[in-house]
Design a protein around this ligand. Structure first.
Ligand code: URA
Length: 244
């Protein structure tokens, strides 16, 4: 199998993204840097592949996971900080479209992430799909990891779970778990079933806390997983179906 396909099948990047990683010397095969685009990778003979020093587990590179529906395209992007979720920005700021230009399709984002928010953003050229997913009745669960400062007591967590007023709107019940407790901040996993503008930041603000880092880690059953920042991959058929 082509090395770029192997990396793409493992969900780290698109094939072209994988080519860029190979050209940048970020990919090792059997411990040796490979810079040859079009390298024909033989798993048994060549040994494991690593990207940015992390080995790809062979099971993760299942070729069937690369299957996608015909014509329509559905992709998952790992949005880095500083990119705006819009198809065009009048002020010339970098947009998420810059990161998916090599997908060669007229894509648009499904929902949006704030400029400073990182993580999973879905894009498609399938208008019906995007509309169905964005419809409030769909209530697709979105999972976020937030690093927050300010005292977050058990009582406040309970309020976040039940619903808080974020300026004339009371949020629906959410799942909120403490992932890590540090001296000055906490990492919280929060799952919401709706998507109001800047909702997670506003929810924490409503209980007197500040979100200092926010990453979306999943939309429904589609997970950010090991997708590298700034890279995209195609959704699998199973992922597409699961969203509907
Ligand atoms: N909630 C936010 O506050 N920001 C996002 O980007 C997404 C959800």
């Amino acid at each position: 199998m082509r090395l770029n396909k192997y990396i793409a099948n493992a969900g780290l990047a698109s094939r072209r993204g994988a080519d860029a990683l190979i050209a940048d010397g970020k990919v090792r095969v059997g411990g040796k840097v490979v810079r040859e685009l079009g390298y024909d990778y033989d798993e048994a003979a060549d040994g494991p592949v690593s990207v940015n020093g992390k080995t790809i587990a062979p099971a993760a590179a299942d070729p069937s996971s690369g299957r996608t529906a015909a014509k329509k395209i559905y992709i998952a992007l790992h949005k880095p900080k500083g990119y705006i979720t819009t198809t065009k920005d009048e002020r010339g700021r970098p947009t998420v479209m810059d990161l998916v230009a090599d997908a060669d399709a007229r894509l648009f984002p499904i929902g949006r992430l704030d400029g400073p928010t990182t993580g999973l953003l879905l894009l498609t050229n399938d208008g019906d799909f995007a509309q169905r997913l964005a419809h409030p009745k769909h209530e697709t669960v979105k999972t976020y990891r937030a690093r927050v400062t300010g005292p977050l007591t058990k009582g406040k967590i309970e309020r976040l779970r039940r619903g808080v007023d974020i300026g004339g709107y009371v949020t629906k019940p959410a799942e909120v778990e403490v992932v890590k407790q540090a001296e000055r901040s906490m990492v919280i996993e929060i799952k919401i079933h709706e998507g109001k503008n800047r909702q997670v930041r506003k929810m924490f603000a409503a209980v007197g806390c500040k979100v200092v880092d926010l990453e979306r880690t999943a939309v429904g059953a589609v997970r950010l997983g090991r997708l590298l920042p700034g890279h995209w991959r195609k959704l699998t058929l199973r992922e597409i179906e699961s969203l509907l």
